[in-house]
Design a binder for this molecule. Sequence first.
Ligand code: SAM
Length: 200
Amino acid sequence: MNATGDVVVLRYGHRPGRDDRMTTHVGLTARALGADRAIFPDNAGQSTETVREVTGRFGGPFAVERREDGAAIVRNWAGVVVHLTMYGEPIQGVEGAVRESVRAGDEDLLVVVGGEKVPWALYEHADFNVAVTNQPHSEVAGLAVFLDRFFEGAELDREWVNADRRVMPEATGKTVIDADERNEPTADDGTTDGDPANDD
Ligand code: SAM
């Protein structure tokens, strides 16, 4: 949705089993909040499938791919690299500089979030080490705040294409309609957040 280059989220590291849910939510958050694609580690097959399935149902464009060498992706990235870390510079101080450097060169932006401890080289290769507060929390929360700041809220109004279904916003209730319908709700499909583990 960016007017400049692509915004790509790199999930750096993944522990199968333990990180499945968090990696899935990194992908779902990247998709929902305006990134163009996500790159997951090669061992995150289950999360990759879930994010693809949600994109198929609720629309895109959004792509997710698996790559083996996160370090090389960062090292060889042709555009701007942002690493989200509690040790970085406060986002409210650098968000303008990040936007400026992306727009100035019409660059692709790589946003890196960790899981387990990330190597020191990542801090050195990043153009910006960015903190969403200097308090420890989660890669999903950090990513959400970063993307919203980066897009200045414009991602909240994006249009989705090639969706099978669409949620009708309403004060109370859970109505899902076929995407090609306009006002005729069919049935609530029970989906809450796209994560099958969370459907109620
Ligand atoms: N213990 C790990 C380390 O020292 O690198 C960090 C684990 S943390 C749960 C996982 C990821 O969440 C981090 O790699 C970072 O991307 C993100 N994160 C956590 N707190 C953050 C903050 N305050 N600002 C930005 N990102 C944050």
